[in-house]
Design a protein around this ligand. Structure first.
Ligand SMILES: [Zn+2]
Length: 256
């Protein structure tokens, strides 16, 4: 992942996707937006207590920076529902509808699939052969239900993708340095305890890599940002660091 600055906004791109000319993608920081504390400043999520006008401004700023016809949002619910969107699903700019789900897939150029996070993992997927993109929201509950493996399975079943063609980028999120689960015995199944260290910290980045490899992706096609949002809470929103805070955006879309 490397830093980019365009039109006054700082964001990050995955190294292995940066040269894909058919693709636009970015992981934005919390910097460069209009929102006041504690949502300072590039918060993209309504309903957290932020001024809705500022959220509108922030979304518009992102769309202007990256380009594309419309941002597509979800009402993220830590489930494992996956939605395939087409060009007709959402064509009303930054005010797209918000179905309850946690992953988006599309083959339609111009749609900017958007995941909003503050510690959960945003995971971008791109099949360069079939020209399919996906964006996945994986909190720890999503990881337990293998939303990543399920998303790849839908890409294969409905979009004719081959897992070996898919590039994956795992964005900034709560790292093993900070992902302490004191109640892991009741919250997390034993099959995941191998990802725990002796301080009861879990490595959900490693869980995601393993789930993607189990779904058929090549390890060399998976890039992990290895940026912990809580450790870097001055650059990214972190729920664990600040509780009342904003959400930053990870976006991916096919160029029109
Ligand atoms: Zn950390």
């Amino acid at each position: 992942m490397h830093e980019v600055e365009e039109k006054g906004l700082q964001f990050y791109r995955f190294d292995h996707m940066a040269d894909c000319t058919d693709l636009s993608h970015a992981v934005f920081t919390r910097l460069g937006g209009a929102s006041a504390p504690p949502f300072d400043s590039l918060n993209v999520t309504f309903g957290l207590g932020d001024n809705p006008n500022d959220v509108h401004l922030n979304r518009r700023r992102i769309l202007q920076t990256i380009g594309g016809g419309a941002m597509v949002f979800l009402h993220q619910v830590h489930g494992n529902r996956i939605i395939v969107v087409d060009g007709q699903s959402s064509t009303n700019g930054v005010e797209a509808s918000r179905p309850a789900a946690d992953a988006l897939i599309t083959s339609a150029p111009g749609l900017l699939l958007t995941i909003q996070v503050a510690d959960c993992q945003p995971i971008l997927l791109y099949d360069h052969r079939r020209q399919i993109v996906a964006n996945v929201h994986a909190g720890w509950r999503g990881s337990l239900s293998d939303i990543l493996g399920r998303t790849v399975a839908v890409m294969v079943a409905e979009c004719d993708c081959r897992p070996a063609d898919i590039l994956a980028g795992i964005g900034p999120s709560l790292g093993p340095c900070c992902a302490e689960f004191r109640n892991y015995r009741t919250e997390i199944p034993k099959s995941f305890w191998a990802y725990k260290d002796d301080r009861d910290h879990f490595d959900f980045w490693a869980v995601s890599v393993d789930q993607l490899c189990a779904a058929g992706l090549r390890r060399e096609n998976i890039e992990v940002s290895r940026t912990c949002t809580r450790c870097a809470a001055n650059r990214f929103f972190s729920y664990r660091a600040d509780k009342t805070t904003g959400r930053f955006a990870a976006v991916i879309g096919l160029n029109p």
